[in-house]
Design a protein around this ligand. Sequence first.
Ligand code: TUI
Length: 312
Amino acid sequence: MIKTEICDLLNIKYPIIQGGMAWVATAELAAAVSNAGGLGVIGCGAAPKAVIKEEITKIKRLTDKSFGVNVMLLSPYVDEIIQLLYEEKAPVVTTGAGNPGKYMSMFKEIGTKVIPVVPSVALAKRMEKIGADAIIVEGTEAGGHIGELTTMSLVPQVADEVSIPVIAAGGIADGRGFIASLALGAKGVQIGTRFVCTVECQAHEKYKNAIINSADRDAIVTGRSTGHPVRSLRNKFTKKLLELEKQNTDMETLETLGVGKLRKAVIEGDVENGSVMAGQISGLIKDIKTCEEVIQDIIADAENVKNRIIYI
Ligand code: TUI
């Protein structure tokens, strides 16, 4: 049985946290992950307060287990979302795409565990200093908005520099990735793409199939030229973006082109003209399982991998 300090900190059975993916990480998905012994996380993306309030009401109906809410700090609604999470006393808050420093004291006051996602050692150290309970160290293998360093190189560097627990993210989808993360010094993992391809995930079937049908080199990066790199599956939309980037198209035009494209793919199922955000591990994912099966398979596989390592 694999148990780490993350389990006690977050009141969960397995140290597996579900990525707070915008549009994808609804109350249904998050509740299924929490009911399976991990930490389900509602993804706020750029949704307004009323939408997230409904999701929180829903998850409280669907599970009696702990859960988290991911706040995307570039959201125009970030202040009202934070206020909502304060009122609702969210058990766990993860943050992405920025520095949650100015909200930390509010959450401390109500006992909410705050776990920022960081792409560097410097930010990890800053987060520890201002009172983060743990940190999610996300490598560039991840889907969506990404940093530059790989999980393999970033996780051990952060683990050596902070005392709070590290959670590895980016490129993890099975027991091998889970054990590798622990070997690098992490106390748990955050998994996104693998949870997209689950029965309980409400994303369009075509989005799930795009991941299942993808191969190793299909999860590519656009937006490097604007300073907002995003990883998604190669399609008509990424081709157009990359062409425009090559022509040195201005940042504003490129950013405007991205607006509404994640919704287009996740909700409408337009996997050609929409943004199919997914990580590099997409090529490993071949089927749709329940969240319970995903977690049980990771844990069982992790035990096997662990035993095999001893015989090297
Ligand atoms: O946030 C994510 N992944 C995301 S957010 C998202 S929505 C979006 N869509 C289009 C463009 C931009 C956002 C889709 N996927 N992952 C966590 C993450 N956070 N990765 C990298 C970071 C990060 C980057 C810079 C965290 C902090 C940071 O700090 C900069 C600073 O010092 O303020």
